[in-house]
Design a protein around this ligand. Structure first.
Ligand SMILES: [Ca+2]
Length: 282
């Protein structure tokens, strides 16, 4: 029996037909094999809990991610956090009882020295009578603030003079120090009283220092200990020849024989600072 040979046209047609038939069968098989990859697969992912801190309440976060491809993936992230934190603050309040009958620790009979160009902790520069820089006005001397009379005043020009000035800090760093004849006393409060005119000259802030050193060393800044730094009690103008609020000094527990008072600011522009009374109370 003789089979087809490649030279026979009939056999060539037969071989060609066989190849076509084989290709068709292969295509069907491949199509079947890859058919499953067109299915959609869903995956759900739940993330771990995220920590958060808030004083109170609930924090909720929701996020959804979707990817489309031959394989479809769906991911859902949901976070819900509730955190409550409580904080306790402890406040210690110290109450100091002060006698309602505070008395004046100094008078105009005590030794008073007017000063200018002086800051707390620094050396004192004595001032003198006159109408120029570093002077206090004639008749308006430092002892006037301790005479228990609001009709007299202490006027210090500081960095300015009596011809007038638009400089707001003329009276800054002026003041006085006083040594009490009655000896060391514990200072519990201070009180300023305004002069007869020119509210712009009112002292607004002040430092108070104490010392138990001898008189000859009181010009040295090292002789003084700062016990107060703040308002004069004249924040709101009380009127002319009127006293402001008593300012209590509660952080000082040392009795001093001498006190130094320095004006650190005044109400407004003027060529001097002035006040009718300064009460050192204890
Ligand atoms: Ca006075």
């Amino acid at each position: 029996m003789k089979f087809c040979c490649y030279s026979c046209p009939c056999c060539l047609l037969c071989i060609f037909a066989t190849i076509l038939l084989g290709g068709a069968i292969a295509a069907i098989i491949i199509s079947f094999l890859f058919k499953s990859n067109t299915n959609t697969t869903s995956i759900t992912i739940v993330t771990s809990t995220t920590s958060a801190t808030s004083t109170s309440g609930t924090t909720s976060t929701s996020a959804t991610t979707s990817t489309s491809a031959t394989t479809s993936t769906s991911a859902t992230t949901s976070t819900s956090v509730t955190t409550s934190t409580s904080a306790t603050t402890s406040t210690t309040t110290t109450t100091v009882s002060i006698s309602s009958t505070l008395s004046r620790l100094v008078s105009n009979n005590d030794t008073v020295v007017g000063i200018w160009n002086t800051t707390a902790g620094g050396n004192s520069s004595p001032s003198t009578t006159g109408g120029n820089v570093g002077n206090y006005w004639t008749g308006e001397v430092p002892t006037n603030v301790f005479d228990n009379n609001t009709n007299t005043k202490y006027t210090s020009f500081g960095y300015c003079n009596s011809t007038g000035s638009s400089y707001r800090a003329c009276g800054q760093n002026t003041g006085l120090y006083v040594t009490s004849q009655q000896g060391a006393s514990l200072l519990f409060g201070i009180q300023f009283c305004t002069a007869n005119n020119q509210p712009s000259r009112d002292p607004m802030t002040v430092t108070v220092e104490g010392s138990n050193n001898t008189a000859s060393t009181l010009t040295l800044g090292s002789s003084w200990t700062l016990i107060y730094n703040g308002s004069t009690g004249l924040d709101t103008d009380p009127g002319r020849k009127v006293c402001g609020s008593i300012l209590y000094i509660l952080s000082n527990y040392i009795a001093y024989v001498s006190y130094r008072i320095l004006i650190t600011s005044q109400r407004a522009f003027d060529e001097a600072v002035q006040y009718s009374a300064l009460k050192l109370l204890g």
